[in-house]
Design a protein around this ligand. Structure first.
Ligand code: SF4
Ligand code: SF4
Length: 120
């Protein structure tokens, strides 16, 4: 499988997720501190990989499970599977997971990435 170009995913996340995020500033930026950035900035590759590992389904639970197993373990979960940001309801991936999944699947379908490759 060819490596996925993350450029359109970054652009779509900024347009479609940042726009509804409480950390989105009026100037169009992100209010998260540079020392503690959003996982959609730091871990987009494994977030995309997680979403595209799920067989298409209308249920959100399989996507949440894949994100926890593939992404969160590489992001900031501790050895007990806890994430301080998620517990504070301050993780954009967790808070806006429906939108994140929709946006990633839409970009993947348009670009023929991951499980959409055969249909491209
Ligand atoms: S926290 Fe994440 S989703 Fe929210 S504005 Fe910042 S980069 Fe966008
Ligand atoms: S829940 Fe925690 S570990 Fe998972 S993506 Fe969000 S910040 Fe990263």
């Amino acid at each position: 499988m060819h490596p996925i170009d993350l450029t359109p995913y970054h652009a779509a996340v900024r347009d479609e997720v940042c726009g509804i995020c409480l950390d989105h500033t009026q100037a169009g930026g992100c209010a998260r501190p540079n020392s503690d950035p959003c996982p959609l900035e730091t871990h987009l590759e494994t977030i995309v990989e997680s979403v595209l590992s799920v067989r298409p389904t209308s249920k959100i639970a399989p996507y949440i499970s894949a994100l926890r197993v593939i992404n969160c373990r590489q992001c900031r979960e501790d050895a007990n599977g806890e994430c301080e940001l998620r517990n504070l309801v301050d993780c954009a991936v967790d808070s806006y997971v429906l939108r994140v999944v929709e946006v990633i699947e839409d970009v993947a379908e348009r670009h023929g990435d991951g499980r959409f490759a055969a249909a491209s």
